[in-house]
Design a protein around this ligand. Sequence first.
Ligand SMILES: *Cc1c(COP(=O)(O)O)cnc(C)c1O
Length: 381
Amino acid sequence: MNGEKGVEDYAYGRAWLELDSTALRRNVEALRRRLPASCKLMPAVKADAYGHGLELIARELQKAGVDAFCVACVQEGIQLRKQGIAGEILVLGYTHPKQFELLNIYRLTQTVIDYDYAKQLNACGKKLHVHIGIDTGMHRLGIRSECLDQVLAVYQMEHLCVDGMFTHLCAADMMAARDISYTDGQAEAFYQLAGQLKERGYPCPKIHMQASYGVFHYPQYAGDYARVGIALYGVLGTKEDTLRWQEELQPVLSLKARIATVRTLYQGESAGYGIQFTAKHDMRIATLAIGYADGLPRTLSSGVGSVLVDGQRAPVVGRICMDQTTVDVSGILHVQAGDEAVLIGHSGSQEISVCDIAAQAGTITNEILSRMGARLERVCL
Ligand SMILES: *Cc1c(COP(=O)(O)O)cnc(C)c1O
């Protein structure tokens, strides 16, 4: 049975993500078109590629010619290396000193998150590649931009090889006058530091400050890399922003689940935990094989959220459980066990986007995506 897929390869059993590799490739191209030729994409594939699945996304990005990535932690970097990713991998966040050797073994580039941290990295005694994080106003990580001496000292550390320097914009998603002036101030502080280094004979190899919103709102701040995350996956933080750029970006992910069973709920009966829902009249309800442990926010319970079945909306009935969710399919004919329900994506002429779910849950798309459950099956189309 050569080449035939085994039962373990079936990925549409219970609840699954479908990844549109064409959409991903188009997003890569759209983002490249927005950037000058000298600025390379350094996609953020942290948090399992924003919930999409690191392996599949990294493989597709590699096919699209991407050769630099950024991740949140050393384990994510190792996972990429084990998958055969050869290019630059920047760890954006904290690595414990006991794990510094892993940076060397797996050729991962570590962010210098402050000056003392640089000293610890250097004390490891192994040659380590770093990008210096510069704090220009987010006040989360990085050496303060006015501390030129500390930056110079990092350059002189014996075991550290400074491949780059970057800052992170913290108000680039909004375009009120206050946000624009804050962002311009961040960029100015960053460029000023880069200029001072150059004057002293330390030209910085690679500089970067744009994430997704930076690319769209501040094209003038393109550096050597653009650390694009959310936009690569075809959406922005909110529905409004996503609609604004929908000509250029296409959502990569759809979330679907099986209908496990369909039954009648008679008038006066209740459904689910906490007896929160009581049927006002006889109705048909379907139980889906997906729950909050799969990343469906529990705040979508009791009619806040809905799913698509056969092109029609089926509101959530009662409380979303850890592994299951019941929906009202009363108005939908011929629904039966084994059918598909769409939680994110298209069904007939209807669509539920991850932006809708984020709005219902009172958060941004990034959070909904990055919390997609590890046990979801994942298929690349
Ligand atoms: C996550 C992250 C990014 C990517 O951000 P998006 O807004 O998703 O594009 C870029 N830079 C840093 C430092 C990050 O932590």
